[in-house]
Write a protein that binds this ligand. Structure first.
Ligand code: PGA
Length: 271
């Protein structure tokens, strides 16, 4: 079995938001409610530009109304292989800078796959074990690449895959070159949670903004389930929330229904 059914509300919904900050607020409030109910909640942390409004909204909320987050655990989705320790664009550094610091999380509770080459053979299994020992991921924040990747699961990734090494698609290296000097400086390899790992999280929250993501979102939400479209793995999960702006939603065909369902969402139902 790829995932265990979550306890509680089970929904799949697409929410078309007015902009990134509205999406950030909605997800931040959901994470806040989770931590209030479960102080040792386990967060699945995405990097890239997309999730930043979530982290900033949550940081603002925690500053305004403090909450004990000392027992919260976090697991990053992925990491580059072979960057020198402390490299500012390693996802360990990004998570520390964008998430751990602003939210005041306990650094020892935050895990990132180990991209060091000398231990890479066992790093995937070690990461899966750490997630299991923490009790599994409660809420997994996800972005999506133009290739359709979730984490760094490029097209062709098995839906049963666990944390392992992948080769980045050329398109992904071009997209991530903005964080490095050139596409060639973006590492060729990464270590990423597998699609099977992601599907085991209890709640998936996928965010996407901008027209460049419209095709990947349409394929993930409404396309055929296929390893060629890794994002389509979300259709196998019982509790998914997709938050998109108008541009990222523009290639969806069932838009009227998503708007109607959101407008008529039961008051008792969280995202
Ligand atoms: P982005 O990356 O949020 O920086 O667009 C998303 C992804 O590659 O998964």
């Amino acid at each position: 079995m790829l995932w265990e059914p979550p306890v509680g509300v089970v929904v799949a919904e697409v929410v078309i938001v007015g902009g990134e900050s509205e999406a950030g607020e909605l997800v931040a409030m959901s994470i806040r409610a989770l931590i209030e109910a479960k102080p040792n909640a386990v967060l699945g942390l995405a990097t890239g530009s997309t999730p930043l409004p979530v982290y900033s909204a949550l940081a603002r909320s925690l500053a305004e109304e403090p909450l004990d987050v000392s027992q919260v655990h976090g697991f990053a989705l992925d990491e580059y292989v072979g960057l020198p320790e402390g490299h500012p664009e390693s996802y360990r550094a990004v998570i520390t800078r964008e998430v751990v610091g602003p939210l005041g999380l306990t650094p020892e509770n935050i895990h990132v796959p180990n991209g060091a080459t000398d231990t890479i053979q066992t790093a995937g299994a070690d990461y899966e074990q750490a997630i299991a020992e923490a009790g599994g991921i409660d809420i997994q924040i996800l972005g999506i690449g133009r290739t359709g990747h979730l984490g760094f699961n490029e097209p062709g990734s098995s839906f049963a895959s666990t944390t392992r090494i992948k080769t980045l698609a050329e398109k992904t290296r071009v997209d991530n070159a903005r964080f490095f000097d050139s596409p060639e400086s973006v590492p060729m390899h990464c270590i990423t949670q597998g699609l099977g790992t992601i599907l085991r999280a209890r709640h998936l929250v996928l965010l996407a903004f901008g027209e460049a993501k419209a095709g990947a979102i349409a394929a993930a939400v409404e396309g055929s389930i296929s390893a060629s479209q890794p994002g389509s793995a979300i259709q196998l999960h019982p509790h998914v929330t997709v938050l998109v702006d108008e541009a990222a939603a523009s290639a969806l065909t069932n838009l009227a229904y998503y708007r109607y369902a959101w407008a008529n969402k039961p008051a008792w139902q969280a995202i």
